[in-house]
Ligand binder design. Structure first.
Ligand SMILES: Cc1cc2nc3c(=O)[nH]c(=O)nc-3n(C[C@H](O)[C@H](O)[C@H](O)COP(=O)(O)OP(=O)(O)OC[C@H]3O[C@@H](n4cnc5c(N)ncnc54)[C@H](O)[C@@H]3O)c2cc1C
Length: 373
């Protein structure tokens, strides 16, 4: 039912090859996603398989020793993994975002230190969100104070996807009143507070991290992000929700074809057809907009910033809309934990919470359209 071509722009042979490997792996991930969700278990072996297939290296820019795939291919990789298991896609996206981020933000100061670690398979996580800063993860509120060899952070970061297996954290803090970024290799001063028992994206294990006088080392300091840097998380998050929407529509469709009521499959009922027609058309429009966003990103257009906000808002919402229709079509059968329908609804809701949330995005876009400063 979904459009087969990943992008209207031709992918290179290398991009196609990575995507094909990911498709093969994702088919396996889909068969075990429900078990990982039930146990809230990280898909470590699956993440390692993605690394072995070259997916991690493919995202690293060529100038840093990677494959340098374009956003068009990257978006489709994220969508493909998310359709199979959005928790794996989330952890992978955060790993790629932090790993590629640290590699590019320290290239001038540290050379290939982080690129080498990323390419050899070390695991990375983004420890940016704070208990008191809400959605504004790039504007930390917690100060780090000057100490020998760096700055000391005493505080917490929360909802750090994949933090329990991370060898490197991308951490930000206020240094001399301004946001500053550091790579941190967790030691005994960093502890996991196991709060993650959630409704959705359960297998991301996005835990609370406590930093108890942790040294943010001068020699692990990164420069601040700037326009033109690879923005894997920003571009990838909409594709995460698009994958959930595709999975929800597939589950809905399968149920509607298989459930027979008064002698006819549910798919023959006109209300189901009408609702599916509306949502499928909207989903395809969102997909087209997301592809346009990746094209803007690949072109290096400044318009990509606004497009990313709209792409996330649209994708978060269509995922919830499709998943909610799934629950109606599924009836009580879809409410059973044995049905994928209820899992897709839970995962779709989680997409809206990740920064920037749909409320924050709506505020930004609405203010811009209405000219509110
Ligand atoms: C599955 C998942 C994975 C995550 N992974 C990571 C990760 O790997 N690394 C990381 O650093 N963070 C991660 N996060 C954190 C996430 O990006 C947000 O920063 C965090 O969820 C915000 O806190 P909160 O959900 O408690 O919402 P709050 O910020 O407390 O928001 C509560 C409500 O207020 C609204 N709101 C908040 N701020 C504003 C505002 N400025 N304007 C208008 N409305 C506002 C929100 O939309 C929401 O409706 C993850 C979150 C989730 C759900």
């Amino acid at each position: 039912m979904t459009t087969t071509a990943p992008t209207p722009f031709p992918l290179s042979a290398d991009e196609e090859a990575v995507l094909e490997s990911v498709r093969g792996l994702a088919a396996g991930f889909a068969t075990t996603a429900a078990e990982r969700d039930a146990r809230a278990e990280l898909g470590r072996a699956e993440l390692e398989a993605l690394h072995a297939a070259g997916a991690d290296a493919a995202v690293l820019p060529e100038r840093l020793g990677g494959g340098g795939i374009r956003y068009q291919a990257f978006g489709e990789i994220v969508r493909t993994i998310a359709q199979a298991d959005p928790s794996i896609a989330t952890v992978w996206l955060m790993h790629v975002g932090a790993g590629v981020g640290l590699a590019q933000l320290t290239a001038e100061s540290l050379g290939s230190y982080y690129a080498d670690a990323y390419l050899r398979g070390d695991r990375f996580a983004n420890a940016l969100s704070e208990p008191t800063s809400g959605n504004t993860f790039l504007q930390p509120q917690q100060p780090a104070v000057r100490a020998e060899g760096g700055y000391v952070l005493d505080g917490a970061k929360r909802f750090v996807s994949g933090s329990e297996i991370a060898e490197h954290l991308l951490v930000n803090a206020l240094v001399d009143g301004a946001p500053a970024f550091f790579g941190v290799e967790p030691d005994e001063t960093v502890s996991v507070i196991p709060i993650w028992d959630t409704l959705g994206l359960r297998a991301t294990r996005s835990q609370l991290l406590s930093f108890s006088n942790t040294l943010l080392r001068d020699d692990r300091r990164a420069r601040n992000p700037q326009p033109g840097d690879v923005n894997a998380v920003g571009v990838g998050l909409p594709f995460l929700s698009l994958g959930v929407a595709d999975a929800a529509l597939a589950a809905l469709s399968e149920h509607a074809k298989g459930r027979v009521i008064l002698g006819k499959p549910l798919s023959h009922q006109q209300w189901v057809q009408f609702e599916v027609a509306t949502l499928h058309s909207e989903l395809e429009a969102v997909r087209a907009y997301l592809r346009y966003t990746t094209w803007l990103a690949d072109e290096g257009s400044p318009e990509v910033i606004g497009a990313i906000s709209r792409a996330k808002l649209l994708a978060n919402r269509i995922a919830v809309d499709v998943a909610q229709l799934g629950v109606r079509v599924g009836g009580a059968s879809g409410f059973l934990t044995s049905s994928p329908i209820q899992r897709h609804l839970r995962d779709a809701q989680a997409g809206q919470l990740m920064a920037y949330s749909t409320e924050v995005l709506s505020g930004l876009i609405g203010a811009e359209v209405l000219g509110v400063a």
